[in-house]
Design a protein around this ligand. Structure first.
Ligand code: GLC
Length: 422
């Protein structure tokens, strides 16, 4: 009798085990995003005990993550069902993803910001559901500005001056102190930072939405030469190897007056292990000659692989993870900007991250990288751009020469016309 019961139990267990649907999500691991994605997966599994959601962590740097994704996608692998994709990738990767409208996305899509939905729509197909949005911000030390009698800088010139004054003062007791940290490695993050400098100086967006190569212009040269001047003066030479987390590490140990970073660093900077908690604030990035600062539009979406064995369930998991409740948790716990407009009016969200309200315009007016105009070659365009900028910052070539060569390379790659403005 006991044996029979045991056999039945084993059989039942096997049925449950084998009927279990497994959904794998390839997600980011910058800051605490992996922990948050795992918590969302757990919450989903509590609702749907028949589904196991695994969350894979992937490299922090955008080009490395893309390389990994392409290995799965080009092999048409069913091993990953959901990919966390960058705002610049829908055009480059569209063919690998299902149209979420086939899985009832029309019921939820109108909650999200229109421009992001538009960005994720390729030939009428919704290739990813928005998850969080990003825009570059200036982090500054309120205590140090006060100590040196300074105001938050609103132009790059003011930032340079303030960074130098604070750095000179702080160096007397702290030899590791720097004025300004940012993302200078040769990767997508540098494309974002450099686009901000250039757009704030009326230098355009590398390639215009109407497919003209505009990067070879005097305003871009001017601001890139200025940024090259920061390396080794107000910014460590090592900034040329920095990604987001490297800049945050210097900032959070209290060794920088200013940092350019995305909103995720806000919540982490308030944390128990942060030396700058209670001593910082955020503002729009400084302006160049355009008179206003520019923030690059970033952000991540969830896309369902065409090669998934369970696209319907995968779509349900993606919608759950990108849904109102989960975006709210992520906003409150980790300052990830929601893509759901109503969350910017949510009192609990605004209490945790007041700048979602005060800097709302920065998020809605962020400057897009030219990924739609250049799809499916954006990654190649960006790679040429950040390599050129990196060589200017490293001092191996002057900005005018580098941008002239870049424009010609972009012309070869895209076939678009160059508008010369050097
Ligand atoms: C952030 C942005 C993303 C950008 C990346 C660059 O993750 O959200 O859009 O490409 O930084 O490092």
């Amino acid at each position: 009798m006991r044996k029979a019961l045991l056999i039945v139990m084993v059989a039942l267990f096997a049925m449950v085990a084998f009927s279990q649907t497994v959904i794998t999500v390839a997600a980011g691991a910058v800051g605490i995003e992996l922990e948050l994605a795992r918590a969302a997966a757990k919450a989903y599994m509590e609702l749907r005990p028949g589904v196991t959601v695994n969350v894979l962590d992937t490299p922090d740097m955008v080009q490395d993550r893309l390389g990994l994704y392409l290995q799965f996608l080009e092999a048409r692998s069913p091993d990953v069902d959901i990919y966390q994709i960058d705002v610049i990738w829908p055009g480059d990767l569209a063919t690998h993803f299902v149209d979420l409208y086939d899985y009832d996305a029309s019921k939820i899509v109108s909650m999200h910001f229109d421009p992001i939905v538009e960005n994720n729509t390729v030939d009428g197909r919704l290739v990813a559901i928005p998850w969080f949005t990003d825009a570059g911000l200036l982090y500054y030390r309120t205590d140090l500005l006060e100590k040196y009698g300074l105001q938050p800088p609103t132009t790059w010139d003011e930032l340079e001056t303030a960074a130098k004054i604070i750095q000179d003062g702080e160096r007397k007791t702290n030899p590791d102190f720097w004025g300004f940290v940012w993302q200078g490695n040769a990767y997508e993050g540098l494309t974002c930072d450099a686009l901000e400098w250039i757009a704030s100086n009326d230098g355009g967006t590398i390639i215009s939405p109407d497919k003209k190569i505009t990067i070879a212009n005097a305003n871009a040269v001017e601001i890139l030469e200025k940024a090259a001047g920061w390396v080794g003066t107000i910014s460590p030479r090592g900034v040329l190897t920095f990604a987001e987390e490297d800049a945050r590490a210097v900032w959070q140990t209290g060794n920088a007056a200013f940092m350019r970073n995305w909103p995720y660093a806000y919540s982490l900077s308030l944390g128990a292990d942060s030396k700058v908690a209670g001593k910082f604030d955020v503002s729009p990035l400084p302006a160049g000659k355009s008179g206003s600062g520019a923030a690059t539009l970033g952000g991540w979406q969830l896309a369902v692989s065409r090669y998934s064995r369970n696209p319907e369930i995968a779509a349900e998991v993606a919608f759950f993870m990108a849904g109102y409740e989960n975006q709210k948790i992520r906003a409150i716990e980790a300052s990830y900007n929601p893509t759901i407009q109503a969350l910017y009016a949510d009192i609990e969200v605004l209490k945790a991250t007041p700048f979602f309200g005060s800097l709302f315009d920065v998020f809605t007016s962020a400057v897009a990288r030219p990924s739609t105009a250049t799809a499916p070659r954006y990654n190649e365009v960006s790679t040429l751009f950040f390599k050129a900028v990196h060589s200017i910052l490293s001092g191996t070539v002057d900005a005018a020469t580098a941008l002239e060569e870049l424009a010609l390379d972009l012309e070869d790659l895209t076939g678009f016309e160059v508008v010369w403005g050097l």
